[in-house]
Design a protein around this ligand. Structure first.
Ligand code: NI
Length: 183
């Protein structure tokens, strides 16, 4: 089932999400729906708050960009109760966008290597080092769990330049091929 995407400005996007347990109702269905929603909207990652659920869950399939970033070939994962435990000082800048902020693309600098602990869909615990573009995507999605979005990382000048676009998003005035929930 394709879920509507909650737009920037909706309170759920700014909320710090909660850990969940195995008993979380219909978790597998939610994960399936999130993948389906992400593929349908041409995203490479989506976090639960973007579909209106304030829980620490995000999914990624970065393989569509493997041509540009070979390290993400086959990088498809479900991250539950994720906690980043290390971030490299070394950073790289990439151009980011977000399904909750349609029409906005900005350069953001993030760590090139992270260490992350998380549970998979079977609640098997993992501790993993992720390098390169995979680390960038994970940090973008992980931000959503803490109520942050990628434009929180841009400068005042850039922010001023996109002010009108942000105002429109916050009014629900967007032109997307996917369904949205206005703030
Ligand atoms: Ni996003």
């Amino acid at each position: 089932m394709i879920l509507p995407i909650y737009l920037y400005g909706h309170p759920v996007i700014r909320k710090v999400a909660e850990d969940i347990t195995k008993d979380y109702p219909e978790l597998k269905k939610l994960v399936d729906d999130m993948f389906e929603t992400m593929y349908k909207s041409d995203g490479i990652g989506i976090a639960a708050p973007q579909v209106g659920k304030s829980i620490r869950l995000f999914v990624i399939d970065a393989s569509p960009v493997a041509e540009d970033y070979p390290e993400v070939e086959g990088f498809k994962r479900v991250f539950i109760n994720a906690h980043i435990t290390k971030r490299s000082e070394d950073e790289m800048e990439t151009n980011e966008g977000c399904l909750s902020l349609p029409g906005i693309n900005e350069n953001v600098s993030r760590s090139t290597e992270i260490e992350i602990e998380y549970d998979d869909l079977d609640f098997v615990h993992h501790k993993e080092v992720i390098k390169g573009y995979g680390a960038i995507v994970v940090q973008h999605e992980y931000d959503h769990l803490d109520g942050k979005v990628f434009i929180d990382h841009i400068g005042m000048l850039r922010k001023r330049l996109i002010k009108n676009k942000l105002t429109n998003i916050m009014k629900g005035k967007v032109n997307t091929k996917y369904r949205t929930v206005a703030p």
